[in-house]
Design a protein around this ligand. Structure first.
Ligand SMILES: [Zn+2]
Ligand SMILES: [Zn+2]
Length: 255
């Protein structure tokens, strides 16, 4: 499912008071919670989510004196992702000195009232993480605010989920095995591409039974194997390993 973004205009965000610091990439994302009381009524009434996000922005700008809401993205129980500072902008919520390392994603979960993250909020957080990977160069890490900073955030239940590796909920009886995440560049030929990501993909293809050298060089043979694999799986036969092909190399059953 594609990300369900709520734009700043849609949630009535105030304009930032200054320019954001720029980020071209991060090691990953830190997960936060609202803390305090979040009414369980929020689950039945998205208007309450909008009001809560606006109050968080007001608190960050008027209480903390920040130029804007501190989070990169904010996620509500309706699997909607509110634009905060967005990708490529320095967040403010991780703590001094820790903002350039990770984007900051908030789940609207309290420490009283609405405290147990629902499947939709977990999916929404992962939608946000994938969006930051695609648009903002976020790396593989998913951590909690409390990692490296003295705080309860993101609360017990969300943190336990982070520590389990932040899995998609309800992955059915056979959730896909964790596998190396897409390297962020498309592997293609010509010219020959060189790298550990190429080697990782080749090794997996070999494991699947393809006759392919694991040499870290993406040349003609890799391209042809890729194209044949894509045809077999009904993917567009480009001979280039994009995100979908990379994932299929691990997630599709071997036939
Ligand atoms: Zn936090
Ligand atoms: Zn909502």
């Amino acid at each position: 499912m594609a990300i369900d973004l709520v734009t700043r205009r849609e949630w009535g965000a105030r304009q930032p008071r200054g320019a954001y610091g720029r980020l071209s990439s991060t090691r990953g994302v830190k997960v936060h919670y609202t803390g305090g009381q979040v009414s369980p009524d929020i689950v039945g009434d998205h208007a309450r989510c909008v009001a809560l996000v606006r109050s968080i922005q007001n608190h960050h700008m008027d209480g903390n004196g920040w130029i804007d809401v501190g989070y990169s993205l904010l996620v509500c129980p309706h699997r909607k992702v509110f634009e905060g500072r967005g990708p490529n902008h320095l967040p403010a919520a991780n703590g001094s000195g820790l903002n350039s390392g990770h984007y900051a994603v908030l789940g609207l979960v309290g420490s009283t009232g609405f405290t147990q993250p629902t499947d939709d909020i977990l999916h929404g957080i992962l939608d946000a993480v994938e969006y930051l990977r695609d648009k903002g160069g976020a790396g593989d890490e998913i951590k909690g605010h409390r990692d490296g900073y003295s705080t309860d955030c993101p609360g017990g239940p969300l943190y336990a989920w982070v520590k389990r590796g932040a899995p998609r909920p309800g992955g059915g009886t056979n959730p896909p095995e964790p596998h190396p995440s897409f390297p962020g560049r498309v592997l293609k030929y010509p010219p020959v591409m060189v790298g550990e990501d190429v080697r990782t993909w080749q090794r997996q293809m070999r494991t699947r039974g393809w006759d392919i050298d694991v040499d870290g060089l993406y040349g003609e043979a890799s391209r042809d194997a890729c194209r044949a694999f894509q045809r077999e799986k009904g993917l567009s036969a480009t001979g280039a390993v994009n995100r979908a092909t990379w994932q299929a190399t691990w997630e599709e059953p071997v036939t």
